[in-house]
Design a protein around this ligand. Sequence first.
Ligand code: COA
Length: 339
Amino acid sequence: MYNVEIVGTGSFVPENRVSNEDISKFVDTSDEWISERTGIKERRISTKENTADLAAMAARSALDDAGISPEELDLIIVATVTPEHFTPSTACLVQAKLGAYKATCFDISAACSGFIFGLTIAEQFIKTGLFKTALVIGAEVLSKIVDWNDRSTCVIFADGAGAAVLKRGVQGIISEVTGSDGNGAESIACHAVPLKNKFCDFSKDKANYLSMNGREIFKFAVKIIPECIEKVLEDSGYSIDQVKHIIPHQANIRILDAAAKKLQINKERFYVNIQRYGNTSGASIALALDEMSKGGLLRNGDLIILVGFGAGLTYGAMMLKWTKDRNNNEEENNDAHNG
Ligand code: COA
């Protein structure tokens, strides 16, 4: 088996900033309510770009950061619940935009856990030797599926994209956990097309908007975040005190406060940027990782845990050792082949 590391990150958000005050002009809400209940102050809402556009911008930034050309990519995975088409996949659209013609491309649907699921899938391909280089993107234009008259959801969700380039190399990815609970499918959902054809019509007049049972999701998140973190710690053999940063899905500041309390750690250990971007689902962890990396917050050797949860229900975590800033070359890659 080969070792796998992250060698570059990137992100992109639409230009259009929407503050809590802006939202309070068209639904009955306030900056005070949104800030206190969620931690969100503003978010980016696309007026130009669709999902593949955001994804490609984040991808270019990650490839630049990694010093890798699109032609070197063997695999492109886009984690999204807001693709532009049922088919083709957003990943194929990104491939064409980048000119990454060698890559195998597909999308995955795991909502806010999508980036962790994507990293885990890409890792398996590289570990086994089938591929050397992969691009994983989390990209969402949630503003397309949000009901802008529903104050319980429109204040939370937003648009953005984040990406990471993975390569065969030294051991960056240490341990991971993924899981799903389909019994919670209706807790947060956006219906697509009902069964309707020439021979039957079971269609119900369900709106194609995101619906959410906020309290259910809150409880689920507070339970699952500590469980996922404890699992990756157990598998890695490290203790929570050795972990430098926890980069969680940015859903709600109060969820993170409660999870920190359960884990008996200082809440400052969780990286938070929800105040600026809201909940960007599959993009949120990737966006935060890139912001930390570009902001100089990550040092080689730092242990980092990524953790997410979301619609499905889905959940996952990954423990990484940060290695990005070390010079990586073919000899070292070959040395790392221990299988
Ligand atoms: N502005 C003002 N009032 C609002 C509001 C808004 N944007 N949204 C809901 N309210 C009202 C409700 O109507 C309710 O009023 P009522 O008491 O008169 O009935 C009151 O606020 C409390 O609503 P409730 O839903 O109990 O609030 P809450 O404290 O649970 O907070 C969430 C709501 C959505 C912020 C919270 O449940 C949450 O964050 N859950 C997790 C959601 C999540 O993370 N989703 C993404 C998963 S990836």
